[in-house]
Write a protein that binds this ligand. Structure first.
Ligand code: NAD
Length: 355
């Protein structure tokens, strides 16, 4: 199949468009800045499945009355190091950003901060939260649950979310450690992206409704995703549900509503931890140990056929550097979908020049 025509859009142009669409849909300018930043960070890092092209689905949820664009999450301090955020059905980006901000503030004072989030929504790419902690010089754990897409190992019904597990740590001169991985062979957003672009998917990503392997994204979306490592991936998805759903008071055990299901509020839960790096060794020692770890990882003997060993988050960081200069490549269908949202609320869309 031919590559769809891609147009490089400067990240500032795309961010401004996303901001315009959000504020015209009832989001405050401050919250729109947070959301646009998260989506553009995903676009820049090459996580195209969780970037600005999600805007139409989020706006649809506002119109359907299942996502509140103007809600303000509330925060309750439970113990000196533990807090709870009630997202009040605001954007997941806004609730999770508030939670990480507070976890960092607690960690600054007490060394570690735990914040649980309930009644939230999809927050896209987890790495932006890890980056928020890295920017504050903190280690972090970022967990979320999500709508059912995976079977428990041995089952064939959707029960568990393709819920990403993310964590990170700053370093000295080396890149930060940023792990952000879904417990499925591929993130479900990658199947939606293949569907939008009319492309087939690899055979090991999903089963169709009858339990057969499929390369057709539409049939895969009717079936179940496959977990990484069989029972191990399924166990990681259960772990995300324990910490993000069961513990927080949000939906769990298949109860989270998917971002494309207009029937009810999503009720997603998150679990966020920020940790100060100098708890056990001094800050400079911590940083130099991280730098050493990086060098040992990327400098090791390579497997045959491998040209370079990457550190977690490094591919995305290099993509970000490239896209900051070259722009974010959007397919024509993605530009049309964003422009349709702009037109709907009477704001200026993207003007694409031929190249
Ligand atoms: N919010 C939600 O409900 C939700 C659900 C699913 C996925 N997601 C997001 O989707 C995104 C994609 O997830 P994914 O699992 O497909 O990511 P992925 O498979 O592209 O990457 C997973 C991790 O492996 C690392 N990595 C990838 N290739 C590597 C290599 N060659 N060497 C070393 N490290 C490498 C990456 O840096 C990353 O930390 C994530 O940002 C995730 O947060 C969000």
């Amino acid at each position: 199949m031919a590559e769809p025509n891609l147009h490089p859009i400067p990240h500032t142009t795309l961010s401004a468009l996303v901001h315009r669409i959000l504020t015209a849909n009832g989001v405050s300018p401050a919250d729109a800045t947070i959301i646009a930043n998260c989506l553009i960070q995903a676009d820049l890092r090459g996580v195209d499945t969780h970037g600005s092209n999600r805007i139409p689905s989020y706006m649809a949820r506002i119109r359907q009355g299942v996502l509140n664009p103007s809600a303000t999450p509330t925060l309750t301090q439970i113990t000196p190091v533990v807090a709870s955020v009630d997202g009040r059905n605001a954007f997941g980006f806004v609730a999770a950003h508030r939670a990480m901000d507070h976890a960092i503030a607690i960690a600054r004072e007490f060394g570690i901060g735990f914040v649980s989030v309930k009644h939230s929504n999809h927050f896209g790419m987890s790495a932006w939260l890890v980056q928020q902690a890295v920017d504050a010089g903190m280690l972090s754990l970022v967990f979320t649950n999500s709508s059912p897409a995976l079977p428990a190992w041995g089952g064939r019904e959707k029960l568990l979310g393709v819920s990403p597990i993310a964590c990170g740590a700053p370093a000295g001169s080396a890149p930060p450690f940023i792990l952000d991985m879904a417990p499925s062979v591929a993130a479900r957003g990658k199947i939606y992206k293949a569907l939008r672009r009319g492309e087939p998917i690899p055979e090991d990503w999903a089963l169709d409704a009858a339990g057969n392997r499929t390369t057709d994204p539409a049939r895969a979306l009717e079936g179940v995703m496959l977990p990484i490592g069989g029972p191990k991936g399924s166990a990681l998805a259960i772990m995300m549900d324990v910490f993000s759903g069961v513990l927080s008071g949000s939906a769990f055990a298949g109860g989270v509503t998917g971002p494309y299901d207009p029937s009810r509020e999503a009720d997603v839960g998150h679990f966020i931890v920020a940790i100060k790096p100098d708890l056990f060794v001094g800050l400079e020692e911590f940083k130099s140990r991280m730098d050493y770890l990086y060098q040992k990882v990327v400098g090791g003997e390579r497997m045959q056929g491998v040209e370079r060993i990457y550190y977690p988050g490094e591919i995305e960081l290099e993509m970000k550097e490239r896209r900051l200069k070259e722009g974010i490549p959007l397919a024509e269908a993605e530009i049309r979908a964003l422009n349709a949202e702009a037109e709907r609320v009477g704001v200026e869309g993207l003007i694409v020049k031929d190249h």
